[in-house]
Design a protein around this ligand. Sequence first.
Ligand code: ADP
Ligand code: ASP
Ligand code: MG
Length: 470
Amino acid sequence: MATLVMKFGGTSVGSPEAMDRAARLVARYRETWPNLVVVTSALAGVTDALLRAAREAVAGDMEAVRQIRRRLEDRHRAVVEALLPQGTQDPVWFLIQNRLDTFFRLAEAMAVLGEATPRGLDAIAATGERMSAPLLARVLEVRGVPAVAVDAAQIIVTDDQHQAAHPLEEPTRARIQERLKPLLAQGQVPVVTGFVGATEKGVTTTLGRGGSDYSASLIAAWLPADEVWIWTDVNGVMTADPRLVPEARTVPQLSYREVAELAYFGAKVLHPKTIRPVVEAGIPLRVRNTFDPDGPDTLIVRERKHAVPGRIMALTTIPRLAMVIVEGRGMLGVPGVAARTFAAVAATDTSVLMISQASSEQSICFVIPEDTVEGVVQALEDTFQRELARRDIDRIWAMEKVAIVTAVGEGLRNTPGVAGRIFGALGQAGVNIIAIAQGASEVGLSMVVAQDAAQRALQALHPLTQGDAV
Ligand code: ADP
Ligand code: ASP
Ligand code: MG
């Protein structure tokens, strides 16, 4: 029997109306997919509020924490009252209050200590999904859809890298099978908390912000499922972020490689880690709009039908970056400069988004998040103290307030003329290209531009996109 995993994002369960729609979609698709697993995010904005509360607690402002708690209670109460006939007499309301109490106690502990550990932050951040999943399950139940909330701490086993935990394949696969298969066999719909995991010892972890997409793809890969659907608040993956380019259109089909590149280079619509598990299992993934379920959507597959190499499918951007430049004519003779540069950066725990072309003078440039730049430059100056003194390296500096703009499409890098069209359009719009990516995957072409030119760059390039052409 065909198995489907569907994931609802925060806005898709963020209000009584949204959760009502989500529940109706589950009921509707259960008719055609008897084995249905639901993964849900927290109500929109809840994870942000929880983490903000943790910061307030550390700063000693428990009044702010109390206010956040009240607001969270109100948000959930609104759904309980609108969608459950017993309202706040429903047992799930007590469970939600319990979760909020636990959250509040954790915040109090942080206030006493004056510090928040990554482990404590994960316990707090997981509270959102630990309320939304039981709530959605209950809404389904009262509508006659047999549903059971499942805390992903029972099935997603991770390492202890809190806030960006890495799932361990063997135990997770086994737990997914043990816990979800029997529920499906009984005709139940498991409603799993997205984003959440736990270490082998049972300590709560999270998979990183936006990680519910990843939860869904892990469950799909290791169940395994026949398809995964990501329900969100836009009509699938579009030619650009519709918030930045209002003319953006839905891209009906993308390859795994294309969507991985888009996600990596900033398209928030899918968490970057979502793709790998489903690629390996060859499971098709759909991105659909909860608020327009019969409207256009995106299907992500191994090979795109009618793929025309060199077509720009979509554009994306990452803001708030800095480009670090290590330069000096003497560098040519110094062995291992690149290795030492990136070792020094890695030691600061910063991930490098893009490494760019050297100029005529010997130099190494790379792009990192803006808020890490100070530490990175310092680490490089320490590493190259001797070379700087000898003037083998002239300067280590950073260009701040830059953004990466990426065009994505199969064969983009190898098709003559594409780069010309891109640079031409940017030139006409008066956008200066600071650097171009080197050696990235052939499905993407990334450029560094000034932060305040990024939106202009997207708009100038958007007429070149043909993601919706079949
Ligand atoms: P969810 O809460 O459902 O996970 P997210 O906010 O994480 O939703 O992701 C959906 C958002 O991603 C959209 O509202 C849109 O603004 C943004 N986005 C960025 N790039 C794209 C793109 N290329 N296509 C569609 N949406 C995009
Ligand atoms: N609720 C989590 C977040 O806001 C995970 C998710 O929504 O995907 O990051
Ligand atoms: Mg998301």
